[in-house]
Ligand binder design. Structure first.
Ligand SMILES: [Zn+2]
Length: 452
């Protein structure tokens, strides 16, 4: 960008004495470099200072001109910092290509006038459509004597958009990065040692999940299609909190530890963002397709209609959170697995904070007890490792945690006096009572790994 251009643009928006002052500064600044005793001074002829407070404003004043040029015509333009995206919409691909070429010429003209250059290497052309289209047979767009080839994906403001807007490549890429991050973290965690569960949960919910939910507003509607991928990340994070049996189900862990399933969490974040920016951006493009196939705006509007919105911003945010908690509760209720955990917990997440404050070893025992993925006879028998499945104390009924905590007649007699009186409440259980119960010697030993 030339000094001339920035001067002209500032002139339109600022008092003349400020313009003179800034123009003087731009014209007469110099830079001195000193290496190994040799000093060279040069005067600067282009650009605004890196990191200067005024620089973004001056850039915006120049760039605004480009945005204004697209106020008329079929092409719409969106600018963010020095990035621009031209969007064209229409039923016929050949017309769109023609319009696209005109839009590129318009942008290049602006560049020539302001001494700016648009990089053909950094320009991508993507045809967003659900139709089958042979992009190899389409005529190319040209930019500065170079052909612009068509791509299947484009990364815009950090979100990878694919030509069918399925967001599959983006979600898979994010999951891959988050998994790598969690594996790095897992190197600092052992079976019996490592950061407290509270800190580990914070690593998951405070560092890893925000990385995944970036741009959720745009792609959260498709999150449920990739539930398996998202669950894999969540599971890895939850398993770092305590060393438990590998068969322990993810849904049970989420319910006990108070971490919402990742697909629901992503949707919750998206709706919160939609609410925050509601009414700010009127020029909207809602993806491709029609009816139920419409894009993120249609999806988020539908969910926002389910929330009782009032005047208070905080209550509305709380209402959105409650809506997704309700959805989680329904999913939990209709889940076919996690029989044992469901016996103890009706409302998923209700024990989360209390559980996260336990130490690693206690949490391990408590998780083994509540999920029943432990070394008691019954589960061990189901896992195909041990023939005996009845209770070792009374010999009646399957030896599972519900039996020990609520039903076993032998544990209620005086011969196991330390257990007497410890009948656990359920839905939700009292965490302190639960910890005391699992710490009773005979029960703790039974839950832990047996000598084969
Ligand atoms: Zn028994």
């Amino acid at each position: 960008m030339s000094i001339q251009a920035s001067g002209e643009c500032v002139q339109n928006a600022c008092p003349p004495h400020l313009v003179r002052w800034y123009a003087y500064y731009l014209h007469f600044r110099s830079v001195t470099v000193e290496i190994k005793g040799i000093s060279i001074t040069r005067s600067l002829t282009r650009g605004t200072p890196q990191g200067g407070i005024l620089s973004p404003l001056v850039w915006n004043l120049v760039f605004d001109d480009l945005l204004d040029r697209f106020n008329t015509g079929p092409a719409h333009i969106k600018g963010f910092a020095d990035d621009a995206a031209i969007v064209l919409r229409g039923p016929d691909i050949y017309t769109l290509i023609e319009w696209g070429q005109e839009a590129i010429s318009k942008a290049l003209n602006f560049g020539h006038e302001n001494d700016l250059e648009f990089g053909a290497d950094k320009t991508e052309v993507v045809v967003f459509t659900r139709k089958r289209l042979n992009i190899l047979g389409l005529p190319c767009l040209h930019m500065a004597n170079r052909d612009l080839s068509y791509s299947d994906t484009v990364k815009y403001l950090g979100v990878l958009l694919d030509s069918k807007l399925t967001f599959g490549p983006y979600i898979r890429e994010k999951v891959k990065k988050a998994t790598r991050l969690l594996y790095c973290f897992k190197t600092s965690v052992g079976q019996l040692w490592g950061p407290s569960p509270y800190l580990t949960r914070w690593v998951l919910t405070g560092i890893v999940l925000p990385k995944i939910t970036y741009g959720a507003m745009v792609w959260a509607g498709k999150a449920s299609n990739y539930k398996k991928h998202l669950d894999r990340v969540q599971r890895l994070g939850l398993l770092a909190m305590a060393h438990i049996r590998r068969s322990t189900p993810t849904a049970g862990l989420e319910a006990i530890l108070g971490v919402m399933p990742l697909d629901l969490h992503t949707q919750c974040v998206a709706v919160r963002v939609a609410y925050r920016i509601w009414g700010q951006n009127r020029d909207r493009w809602d993806g491709i397709g029609c009816g139920r196939l419409r894009g993120h705006l249609f999806w988020s509007n539908q969910l926002m209609e389910q929330v009782d919105m009032g005047d208070c911003v905080n209550s509305n945010k709380k209402a959105i959170q409650d809506l997704f908690h309700k959805k989680w509760r329904e999913c939990w209720k209709h889940l076919n697995t996690c029989r044992q955990t469901k016996y103890w917990i009706d409302d998923p997440g209700s024990l989360g904070d209390a559980m996260a404050r336990l130490d690693r070893l206690t949490l391990r025992t408590v998780l083994q007890a509540l999920t029943c993925h432990n070394y008691l006879n019954y589960h061990h028998h189901i896992a195909g490792n041990f023939s005996e499945q009845n209770c070792r104390f009374c010999g009646e009924g399957h030896e599972e945690f519900i039996h020990l905590a609520c039903e076993c007649p032998a544990l209620a007699t005086e011969c196991l006096g330390s257990v007497q009186g410890l009948r656990l409440s359920r839905n939700p259980p009292d965490v302190y009572g639960l910890v005391r119960f699992t710490k009773v010697n005979c029960i703790g030993k039974a839950l832990e790994r047996r000598a084969e």
